[in-house]
Design a protein around this ligand. Structure first.
Ligand code: ZN
Length: 472
């Protein structure tokens, strides 16, 4: 009975949270600069009577909002950062709002706001005495640079949770019972001696040479790495002009693997390569660690609850206008990618916006390429995540098509569905402590002898505070 009431509460909230999500979508801000979204969410939650704890770890956009009291404490994770260069209107063809401006191409305006909707719906049941316990929404900055939650974890804000829920916008309704890759983000800098590149090259020591030699070393390293690992880099400073021997150069690396041990082994090799490149070129090197996040730990108990709620409360179908919009948007996408997604989900070719629910048991313990700092939280408390249909099959996140569709009623429909499922699963956990204890027992078994260790020590600071470098 109360579950139906909860769904009704959520439906009544949809106009408020729909406007909130679109407001954030219209004011995209990149990692650690999400002041607009953070303030907007805090304001809605404070008005509803939530207790707000802000500026977590000195990060001005990080906060959590709590309601209720006592056992159990259920967390819902939200995000709100946009991506640089992916500005786009909601039109189904390329139409940037501001040239090279940021855009919500990963749908984090939906991700965070769904969590706000869930806790607002649950709050009403707490007020009516139908549910006991504590609910806590986390406004987490900077998922796109994979460190916001790691810094929050370092402050201990997830330590007293009994269970935690989250989701991500996608192109199907799916229980995310698979892992993500552990990842390290690190910048290597080289420091040389400037000189006239024609007049006195013998006097120069090129930092750019060192970057190039480091990249050659890294590319030779690939052959000797475990299958499935990834190394990608971008030269973020290569000097100013060809006639100046560059005295400063920088290369930014992401290292990814199936678990933390794999990426830390890769990192040791990369440090040796950097030292070698410096020795060869007569330069010196320093580095800056930016992120170090875990691989994801899943939880069968909570995945099962999520799936049961998805089956009991299916997503309503999309309107013919929404399907027509999606069909136009898909014209700009690679048909091979659409076909691959369609086959993976065994969908009919007409099923552009699927409302069916997927829970593939065989995916358990497989690793999806890509990483998220949500994984850090999964090593602190039992955590489960779902994906929902917020765009047509074939939509790639981190592309303009995603910014477009996530700013329409299609994106909002997926968001409201995610809010509903997270709230229903939180309801199960709040009203049936046996589920909480089962999820915890599973978590304790999976993490035995492997306690969470924060990957960024106190010398690494969130952007916005002064950074310290380690000279080798
Ligand atoms: Zn994302």
């Amino acid at each position: 009975m109360s579950k139906k009431e909860l769904v009704r509460n959520l439906e009544e909230l949809e106009h408020v949270t729909g406007s909130l999500a679109l407001d954030i979508w219209q004011h995209p801000q990149i990692a650690y600069e999400e002041t607009y979204a953070s303030a907007a969410q805090k304001s809605v939650l404070a008005d509803a009577g939530f207790r707000i704890t802000e500026n977590i770890g000195g990060m001005q956009t990080a906060f959590y909002a709590e309601y209720g009291s006592g056992y159990p404490t259920i967390g819902i994770l939200g995000e709100f950062d946009a991506l640089p260069g992916l500005s786009q209107s909601s039109k189904p063809y390329k139409d940037p709002v501001s040239e090279n401006g940021p855009g919500h191409a990963c749908g984090h305006h939906l991700l965070g706001t769904a969590g706000v909707e869930s806790v607002l719906g649950l709050k009403q049941l707490i007020d009516q005495g139908k549910v006991n316990g504590t609910i806590r929404y986390y406004g987490c900055p900077a998922e796109e640079v994979l460190s916001g939650k790691t810094f929050m974890a370092r402050e201990g804000v997830f330590d007293d949770l009994d269970c935690c829920l989250t989701w991500h916008p996608g192109t199907s309704n799916v229980v995310q019972n698979y892992s993500t890759q552990a990842m390290i983000s690190i910048k290597f800098r080289f420091h040389g001696v400037p000189a006239h590149a024609a007049g006195a090259p013998h006097a120069g020591r090129s930092a750019l040479d060192a970057v190039e030699i480091m990249n050659i070393g890294a590319n030779y390293l690939r052959e000797h790495l475990v299958d499935g690992t990834r190394i990608h880099y971008s030269i973020t400073n290569g000097g100013q002009a060809p006639n100046i021997v560059p005295d400063e150069a920088e290369v930014w690396y992401y290292l990814r693997g199936a678990n933390r041990d794999q990426v830390e082994d890769m990192l040791m090799r990369m440090h040796d390569i950097a030292k070698g490149a410096a020795l060869i070129t007569g330069t010196s090197t320093s580095h800056e660690l930016l992120a170090n996040c875990y691989h994801m730990l899943t939880n069968d108990t909570m995945d099962t609850l999520n799936y049961r709620n998805m089956e009991d409360y299916p997503m309503e179908s999309f309107t013919s206008d929404e399907v027509a919009y999606a069909a136009i948007l898909r014209k700009s996408m690679d048909p091979k990618l659409i076909e691959a997604s369609r086959r993976q989900l065994q969908l009919d070719s007409n099923d552009i916006l699927p409302t069916k629910n997927f829970y593939n048991i065989a995916m358990k313990d497989t690793t999806m390429p890509g990483s998220t700092d949500v994984a850090d939280v999964s090593w602190i408390t039992p955590l489960a995540s779902i994906g929902t249909t917020c765009g047509p099959i074939g939509t790639q996140v981190h592309a303009w098509q995603a910014t477009a569709v996530f700013g329409t009623s299609i994106g909002l429909k997926g968001m409201h569905y995610a809010a509903r499922i997270m709230a229903l699963t939180a309801y199960d956990l709040l009203t049936e402590p046996a589920f909480v204890e089962q999820a915890k027992a599973e978590f304790i078994e999976a993490t035995a002898d492997k306690p969470y260790q924060v990957g960024l020590d106190e010398t690494v600071l969130a952007p916005g505070t002064e950074r310290k470098e380690q000279l080798i």
